[in-house]
Design a protein around this ligand. Structure first.
Ligand SMILES: C[S@@+](CC[C@H](N)C(=O)[O-])C[C@H]1O[C@@H](n2cnc3c(N)ncnc32)[C@H](O)[C@@H]1O
Length: 319
């Protein structure tokens, strides 16, 4: 049982990122159906539900523990909130199953929740010694330890380089595979953090821990976080009612690049390489982009919630 109390004792208390900005773009006071595709601890959903007695929210998440927390937290809203365990890429099927159509707003707040990051046994953080798991849905798919056992050295290096932007990716991958072949495979958070520190060198004060980027990269690979994100944006936008709003919050440059490109393409801008004679990106004008540049948290929000520091918000309105 997960209790919907503040996460006292489990790290920083949860605060929804860029909450005011999200509400400004979603405009939930108009009422109607909102889909929170990554309900997490229910912070954004709670604010949407509070904004008007006429809003309804379907909250989706891969993580059963997050859904249990959100269900308990949002129980006061009774039948106005419904929680569904599903990948947000299945949003169309979830709406069909719920006999709902044309939401007024769709929100996706990507990445991990505080609940996941601060739960030692989930293996997302090297702050705790735990099995190297990192699955958002602990009942499905390969763990981070499985990936480090199964993938080739070059695949491990690619993941760490691409998703972690880690310049020592090859050295780290080589050490992981040497250890796997000559000693015992890496199976815990502490073992991986120590291995990365040894391979990538120590860190100076005020610098992030050397294992931060490798952990982020593995998490993205374990949960296939970038796969199908562009297609999801297009599906979400197509589902919206006219004047409906889409808000996407990302924490990684590759995610932001996908959100930016898709929203531009769906606002009619051709995203093909410059010298291509015919447009093949499928650009069409179905939204108005409401954020010429991504919105980022102010210094006050970052002071209060340091995890918000890399957040970027993009929003669009369905035409
Ligand atoms: C940053 S948290 C969301 C926090 C939430 N906005 C709040 O206010 O509490 C991201 C959540 O998205 C979920 N998630 C990540 N990828 C997902 C996917 N493809 N489908 C569904 N949920 C996903 C994670 O399990 C996590 O709970």
């Amino acid at each position: 049982m997960v209790t919907a109390a503040p996460l006292g004792g489990r790290g920083a208390p949860h605060r929804p990122v860029l909450l005011e900005e999200t509400l400004e773009f979603l405009a939930p006071e108009r009422g109607g159906l909102f889909v929170d595709c990554t309900v997490g601890l229910g912070g954004h959903s709670e604010a949407i539900l509070k904004s008007s007695g006429d809003t309804r929210v379907i909250g989706m998440d891969l993580d059963p523990e997050a859904l249990e927390y959100a269900r308990e937290r949002l129980a006061p809203f009774r039948e106005r909130f419904r929680a569904v365990q599903a990948n947000f890429r299945a949003i169309a099927a979830v709406l069909q199953e719920a006999n709902e159509r044309e939401p007024s707003g769709i929100l996706v707040d990507l990445g991990v929740s505080s609940l996941q990051f601060d739960s030692p046994e989930r293996g997302f953080s090297f702050r705790f010694d735990a099995p190297l798991d990192m699955r958002m849905n602990p009942a499905a798919g390969a763990t981070a330890a499985d990936l480090l056992q199964q993938l080739s050295e070059s695949e491990i290096a690619r993941i760490i380089f691409e998703y972690g932007e880690e310049r020592h990716s090859r050295r780290i991958a080589r050490r992981i595979v040497e250890r796997r072949d000559q000693e015992t495979p890496v199976t815990t958070t502490t073992e991986l953090a120590e291995l990365v520190r040894a391979a990538a060198g120590g860190h100076k004060r005020n610098q992030i821990h050397p294992a931060t980027r490798t952990f982020q990269a593995l998490r993205i690979a374990v949960n296939h976080e970038l796969e199908g994100l562009g297609e999801f944006v297009e599906t979400a936008v197509d589902l919206l009612m006219p004047d409906g709003r889409f808000v996407g919050i990302s924490f990684h440059s590759l995610e932001d690049r996908i959100l930016k490109r898709e929203l531009r393409r769906l606002s009619g801008h051709c995203e093909c390489p410059p010298r291509l004679p015919v447009c093949s990106c499928g650009a069409r004008e179905v939204v108005e982009v409401l954020t010429r540049r991504p919105l980022v948290p102010g210094s006050r929000e970052i002071d209060e919630n340091p995890r918000a520091r890399s957040a970027k918000l993009r929003a669009a309105r369905k035409l």
